[in-house]
Write a protein that binds this ligand. Structure first.
Ligand code: SF4
Length: 332
């Protein structure tokens, strides 16, 4: 740790940035990795998620904009036809009333993701582009900077669930580097398929901040592939990948207060992390909220120059974080 903060949240952001810098090289990944945080299902939320992408598919995905596509939109877009077709002929029966499908079609059309026209009473649809096969593998990392025997035991049940659920292709635990490798006694607490990374961020985040203490075993096989009988299906994995695509790991500004006069971004090696000038710390989203006793809105004078078009420093922070997410996603 760098000393200016050692919360799990800070560790998580550093692991995410390290993965963005180093995942493809360190893990010999052929393709492009997108990193996100706090993504999951109703039952399980992972700290760090890495989507290993097919570069051609990822480039094609950009035709559908930079926002995530939810499962209802995906149900339409994945099956949208190349030629004008009545939507009920083009799409599989959803298993729920068609009126909800029509809502999704209108939502997709409003976002420019689908072409629609009316023929009599019928809505016909046509795709703007084929929705691509862009997800190669999903890797989940559980971050536990202070890994001791009781933390390892507590994690064990979650990791066993991850291995059995086979939603991710690979599962890791990331912990703070102590003097040596993670002890065999701690490793024994985890399923053998789970990899272990030791992270040292004492010099800030850089591509060499981690070391592999235990390599994982792939927990999904070819039999788990999503294309069955030539038909693409909208799976939980695709929905997860879309969330990761839309959010990345810098979207913490949504749950913090960049509009507070004390909020700033601080460099930590090759990472840019949220910081509070009033407290001198990297605050957690829980601390950095409207109920924070030190919260002070940006003075209106800060916003006068380009306000309301560009906003004050808080708006600039959000713009910068979004721009970084876009550059990483599009590999600029
Ligand atoms: S003073 Fe409170 S709300 Fe403002 S940046 Fe610091 S932690 Fe966040």
């Amino acid at each position: 740790m760098t000393g200016w903060d050692d919360s799990e949240f800070a560790f998580e952001l550093r692991v995410c940035r390290w993965a963005e810098l180093a995942w493809e090289r360190q893990m010999n990944v052929d393709g492009h990795a997108i990193v996100a945080r706090q993504i999951g299902t109703k039952r399980r939320r992972w700290d760090t998620v890495i989507i290993e992408c097919d570069p051609v598919g990822l480039a094609a995905r950009s035709a559908f904009g930079s926002d995530e596509l939810d499962s209802d939109l995906l149900d339409v877009l994945v099956h949208a036809p190349a030629e004008w077709t009545w939507y009920r002929d083009a799409l599989d029966h959803p298993g729920y009333p068609w009126r909800y499908v029509r809502e999704s079609i209108h939502r997709a059309a409003d976002r420019g993701l689908l072409k629609t026209r009316k023929r009599g009473n019928r809505i016909e649809i046509k795709r703007i582009a084929p929705y691509p096969d862009w997800v190669n593998r999903i890797v989940a990392i559980e971050n536990k900077p202070d890994l001791d025997a009781s933390a390892a035991r507590a994690l064990s049940a979650q990791l066993t669930h991850d291995v059995r659920a086979r939603l991710a292709d690979e599962v890791w635990v990331a912990t703070a580097d102590t003097d040596g490798s993670v002890s065999p006694a701690l490793l024994k607490a985890f399923p053998v398929e789970v990899g272990v990374l030791s992270c040292s961020f004492s010099d800030g985040v850089n591509a060499d901040s981690t070391r592999v203490d235990w390599y994982p075993t792939a927990i999904r096989s070819d039999a788990d592939r999503e294309i069955k009988g030539g038909q693409r299906s909208v799976t939980k994995r695709l929905v997860l990948a879309e969330r990761a695509y839309g959010r990345g790991f810098r979207s913490y500004h949504r749950t913090m207060r960049p509009d507070c006069r004390h909020f700033e971004l601080k460099r930590d090696g090759r990472a840019l992390l949220p910081a509070c000038a009033a407290k001198g710390t990297l605050p957690t989203p829980r601390e950095c909220s409207g109920s924070c006793p030190a919260f002070e809105p940006e003075p209106p004078i800060w916003r006068t120059r380009n306000y309301p078009i560009e906003g004050g420093p808080g708006k600039s922070v959000v713009r910068l974080l979004r721009e970084r997410r876009r550059r990483q996603r599009e590999r600029l």
